[in-house]
Design a protein around this ligand. Structure first.
Ligand SMILES: NC(=O)c1ccc[n+]([C@@H]2O[C@H](COP(=O)([O-])OP(=O)(O)OC[C@H]3O[C@@H](n4cnc5c(N)ncnc54)[C@H](OP(=O)(O)O)[C@@H]3O)[C@@H](O)[C@H]2O)c1
Length: 276
């Protein structure tokens, strides 16, 4: 039996659906990615976003700065907020440490915040109101739904960042899951993860979760991306696959879903802006 949850397959299916919708609108949608500094992984991620934006039929603009003053960057974001030709804006993370990430992200208009990372959108999500949802949690929800996985069960999330774990907690709870949220201060992590019908790991530590820490017949979503000697590793040991009912690979699981979710958010932002 194939135990793989195939993110590329689901991404391609969703990309086809989105392309159809985009074909049917007369306006051109534009995604702007702002990047600062010379983070190698970020360069790869921006390239992946550009490729997918082109495929979907969006215009794509990468505003790259080797260095920029915080005030100048915020001024640039405000200009983009007021530019009717721009549909979505993201700031590629991580930003260099000299820049205030919170201040910069929250300068983005909530209607153009296609990464769903402004406080405005996070609060809306917690309050279960219509909003732009962060791309990785959105992609994970769509992946679970594609495979028709029942969410009204015991779900353990390891990692509570505002980018992944925290919004995911709220999205799952909103679908009547019983969710346990673990983090770096959680004691006896393995005792908790072992009871998870669905285990979602978003930490950033290579193979933190070993085979003995997962449930027989459980479902595992591995969000982690850890680079070592030009190879990618997840947060879950690949040996866990032997016990799992279903599991995402790294790469090829959650990563492709994050990129397509960003594209879906651009379309959603367009609909919000045009009250469709
Ligand atoms: N596939 C994708 O598309 C995608 C997208 C986004 C991120 N990622 C990957 O996902 C991983 C997490 O990203 P992130 O931005 O959420 O990271 P982050 O902001 O560094 O958050 C990591 C979380 O893991 C927790 N943690 C750290 N060590 C732990 C331990 N030993 N046991 C349990 N929890 C621990 C931290 O707990 P505290 O809160 O207590 O510090 C924190 O909540 C990274 O590998 C990243 O590259 C992948």
């Amino acid at each position: 039996m194939n135990k793989i949850i195939d993110g590329k397959l689901v991404r391609d299916a969703r990309a086809n659906e989105l392309m159809e919708k985009v074909k049917n609108i007369k306006d051109e949608l534009t995604l702007v990615v702002i990047s600062v500094g010379n983070d190698e992984a970020s360069r790869v991620y921006v390239g992946q976003k550009e490729k997918m934006a082109n495929k979907i039929g969006y215009s794509f603009l990468n505003l790259h700065y080797d260095e920029i003053e915080e005030e100048e960057l915020i001024h640039k974001i405000e200009e983009l907020n007021n530019d009717q030709k721009i549909t979505g804006i993201i700031v590629q993370l991580p930003l260099p440490a000299y820049l205030n990430k919170e201040k910069i992200i929250n300068a983005i208009s909530p209607l153009k915040d296609v990464d769903g990372l402004t406080n405005y959108n996070l609060i809306k999500l917690i309050k279960k109101e219509e909003c732009l949802i962060p791309c990785t949690p959105l992609g994970i929800m769509n992946l679970l739904d594609y495979y028709k996985i029942n969410l009204e069960t015991n779900i353990v999330i390891v990692g509570r960042s505002e980018l992944v774990g925290l919004p995911l907690f709220h999205l799952l709870e909103n679908r009547n899951a019983t969710v346990t949220l673990c983090h770096s201060k959680t004691k006896n992590l393995g005792d908790i993860t072992k009871n998870a019908d669905i285990l979602i790991v978003c930490v950033g530590k290579k193979e933190l979760i070993t085979k003995d820490m997962v449930k027989d017949g459980g479902i595992i979503i591995d969000v982690g991306i850890n680079r070592e000697d030009d190879k990618l590793y997840g947060d879950v040991s690949s040996l866990a696959m032997e016990k799992a009912q279903l599991m995402t690979p790294v790469p090829g699981g959650v990563g492709p879903m994050t990129v397509i979710s960003l594209m879906e958010n651009v379309y959603k932002a367009y609909c919000f802006q045009n009250k469709k």
